[in-house]
Design a protein around this ligand. Structure first.
Ligand code: FES
Ligand code: FES
Length: 134
């Protein structure tokens, strides 16, 4: 299957590969797996005192589309609030990367990874399921 130029670009030059210290309490970590193919994505956000995501990193063991999806979302979440990050939809990722239907689950993995990272951050900061700490 042919990958789109955008997928290839992110695959060959992935942005923000790496990891933050999990013990850092400004960091939220999301780790999700795709039941469809067994691939794993770890995505971390670093949140500033103002509640804005300053930085993000990922490690993905998966196909080119999964790597491109995680690379793209680490770029997208920077400068966003936690709630804005939660609003990112896999359909936006799939559209930006021109993913074919068989690769849609790769973008869902990236959406799930962001949600998991934000939830981890909120849990560690004593916020409830859906409310953000003021
Ligand atoms: Fe698992 Fe593509 S088959 S990432
Ligand atoms: Fe499974 Fe891409 S994450 S094929």
């Amino acid at each position: 299957m042919a990958y789109s130029d955008k997928v290839l670009d992110h695959y060959e030059n992935p942005r923000n590969v790496g990891a933050f210290d999990k013990g850092d309490d400004t960091v939220g970590t999301g780790m999700v797996g795709a039941p469809a193919c067994g691939d794993v994505m770890k995505l971390q956000i670093k949140v500033g005192a103002d509640g804005v995501i300053e930085d993000a990193k990922f490690k993905t063991y998966g196909c080119g589309s999964a790597i491109a999806s995680s690379s793209l979302v680490t770029e997208w979440v920077k400068g966003k609030t936690l709630d804005q990050a939660l609003a990112i939809k896999n359909t936006q990722i799939a559209e930006e990367l021109a993913l074919p239907p068989v690769k849609i689950h790769c973008s869902i993995l990236a959406e799930d990874a962001i949600k998991a990272a934000v939830q981890d951050y909120k849990t560690r900061h004593g916020a409830g399921e859906s409310k953000e700490a003021a």
